[in-house]
Design a protein around this ligand. Structure first.
Ligand SMILES: CC(=O)SCCNC(=O)CCNC(=O)[C@H](O)C(C)(C)COP(=O)(O)OP(=O)(O)OC[C@H]1O[C@@H](n2cnc3c(N)ncnc32)[C@H](O)[C@@H]1OP(=O)(O)O
Length: 204
């Protein structure tokens, strides 16, 4: 497939590398910043602003790490065809369901009956064990480990190396800091850090 990459930052580099490893042709990158057009990311040219998505008749991928930005761009382009991208070294069981625009990076492992929402990111070397449910616009950062039956609400972000005990739920748009361990359910819209992960918003 010929894929248009939306974004030019570090996450876009990793998405481009993943597309290349998986054998996909890349049409170019889009970026809204003044002066971006004509530059290149890993040799892939920046061909215009994100409004160009509307003219593209192939597939595209939102290659921006910030969950809320991917949500905004997906809402702004409801007719777009989103590529689902999986690195060839990722281990994804045949029963796993990947949403439109989901990206699975090198070395990730997704065990049976995991579902991954639209535009979700399973980053380098992260593992999601059986029956995990990742909502739309989730980002699981490098080296995270989710035990069986974990649920991540829409837009949840797990920082690098975070872990979740079996069956816990992380609420929508909640952030877990790098290295945090989620031992019980976390509510939506909080930032939680540490072992066990506790909300910074809640007086301890
Ligand atoms: C390929 C890639 O790079 S993918 C991207 C991966 N990115 C990440 O993993 C980033 C993860 N981000 C974090 O862990 C951040 O520190 C966040 C989101 C948890 C908090 O960020 P901020 O809201 O800016 O909080 P801030 O830095 O002000 O820290 C607030 C308090 O929490 C503490 N804290 C922050 N992060 C952590 C953490 N991961 N673990 C434990 N404590 C932490 C701080 O020490 C501070 O404590 P204090 O008030 O006692 O000094």
């Amino acid at each position: 497939m010929n894929v248009l990459v939306v974004g030019v930052g570090g996450h876009a580099k990793a998405v481009i590398a993943t597309l290349q490893a998986a054998g996909h042709a890349i049409v170019g990158c889009l970026d809204d910043r003044a002066g971006a057009e004509g530059t290149a990311v890993l040799g892939v040219p920046v061909v215009g602003p994100t409004s160009r998505l509307a003219e593209h008749d192939g597939e595209a991928v939102l290659a921006i790490g910030a969950n809320a930005v991917r949500q905004r761009l997906a809402a702004a382009h409801p007719a777009a065809r989103w590529a689902t991208v999986v690195h060839p070294t990722a281990v994804v069981h045949e029963s796993v369901r990947l949403g439109a625009g989901a990206v699975v990076f090198a070395g990730a492992v997704l065990q049976p009956d995991v579902t991954v929402g639209a535009h979700a990111i399973v980053n380098t070397g992260a593992t999601v064990d059986h029956d995990g449910r990742l909502g739309d616009f989730v980002h699981v950062a490098p080296g995270c480990h989710l035990s069986g039956g974990v649920t991540l609400g829409e837009g949840a972000f797990l920082g690098v190396g975070a872990a979740c005990l079996p069956g816990v739920t992380v609420g929508a748009w909640t952030t877990v800091g790098g290295g945090g361990v989620v031992v019980r359910d976390l509510p939506p819209h909080v930032t939680a850090v540490g072992v066990p992960a506790r909300s910074l918003e809640t007086p301890q």
